[in-house]
Design a protein. Structure first.
Length: 255
C-alpha cells in the first residue's frame, strides 16, 4: 500500500505542476491581451489628439482651407476620441480613460496659463495680434469680413482644444512625470510653433525675426507657463499611471 502511494505521488505532483503552469500561462495571456487592447486604444487616442493642432499648420502651409479641414478632420477626430473614451470605460480600461481625461483637463488648464502670459505679451507689443481670432475667421471662412462673435467662439474653442490635445499626448506618453517635464514639453511645443508655417503666414517670420525679440520671448514664456501648469496637473492626477512606452516594453518583454 505504501509503495502504491509512493508511486502515485510523483504523478500527482507532476499534474499539479502542469496545472500551475497552465494557470501562469493563462494569466500571462490575459495580461498580454489587456496590454494589447490598451495600446491599440491609446494609439488611436494619440492619433486623434495629433490631428487638431496640425490642421492650422496644414492650412497655413497651403494644403487646404482651415474651414474645409475642420469639417474633414477636426470634427471627426473629436467624435472618434469621444468614442475611444466610451470604449475604454466599458472595456474595463479605466486607467486609460482617466489618463486621457486628465490630459484633456490638464491641457485646458495649461492653456489658461498660456493665455495669461500671451495676453500680457500682446498688450506690451510682443505679439502681432489675437491668434484665436484669426483661427476663428479661418474656421468659418470669413477672413474678408473679419471676426464676429460666432467666429471668436469658434476660434477660442479650437485654441483651447489644441491645448487639450497636447495634454492628451503628454499624459499618454509621459504617464505621470514631473513639473519640469511639463516645462520642457511646453518649450518644445513653443519652438515647434515658431518653426511652423503659421508664423510665416502671420508675417513675423520664423522665430519672429521679422517682428522683434518680443515675439519669441512672449511665445517661450507663454509655453513655459502652459507646460508647467500641464506638468503640475498631470503629476497630481496621474499618480500610478504608466507611460504607454512602458506598456510597449512590457508587452514585448513577455514575447
Amino acid at each position: 500500500m505504501q509503495v502504491d502511494l509512493l508511486r502515485e505521488r510523483p504523478d500527482s505532483e507532476f499534474a499539479r505542476s502542469c496545472g500551475f503552469q497552465r494557470k501562469e500561462e493563462e494569466i500571462m495571456n490575459n495580461t498580454k491581451r489587456s496590454e494589447s487592447k490598451k495600446l491599440v486604444l491609446a494609439a488611436l487616442a494619440l492619433l486623434m489628439a495629433a490631428i487638431p493642432p496640425n490642421l492650422f499648420v496644414a492650412a497655413e502651409a497651403g494644403y487646404s482651407t482651415l474651414s474645409s479641414l475642420a469639417v474633414e478632420f477636426l470634427i471627426p477626430s473629436i467624435v472618434f476620441l469621444a468614442i475611444i473614451l466610451v470604449i475604454s470605460w466599458f472595456a474595463g480600461e479605466h486607467q486609460l480613460f482617466r489618463q486621457i481625461r486628465t490630459g484633456i483637463l490638464a491641457g485646458l488648464v495649461g492653456t489658461i496659463g498660456l493665455e495669461i502670459v500671451r495676453e500680457i505679451g500682446f498688450r506690451l507689443g510682443g505679439m502681432p495680434g489675437e491668434l484665436p481670432e484669426l483661427m476663428g475667421v479661418l474656421l468659418l471662412n470669413r477672413f474678408a469680413d473679419g471676426p464676429s462673435l460666432l467666429s471668436n467662439i469658434a476660434g477660442w474653442s479650437y485654441h483651447f482644444w489644441n491645448g487639450a490635445s497636447f495634454g492628451i499626448i503628454y499624459s499618454l506618453f509621459i504617464g505621470r512625470g514631473r513639473y519640469r517635464t511639463g516645462t520642457i514639453y511646453g518649450i518644445l511645443v513653443g519652438i515647434g510653433f515658431m518653426m511652423s508655417p503659421v508664423v510665416v503666414a502671420m508675417g513675423v517670420g520664423h522665430f519672429g525675426v521679422d517682428f522683434g525679440w518680443g515675439f519669441p520671448v512672449t511665445v517661450i514664456l507663454a509655453h513655459i507657463a502652459f507646460g508647467t501648469v500641464l506638468g503640475w496637473f498631470v503629476f497630481k492626477k496621474n499618480e500610478g499611471q504608466k507611460s504607454i512606452l512602458t506598456s510597449v516594453k512590457a508587452l514585448f518583454a513577455k514575447e
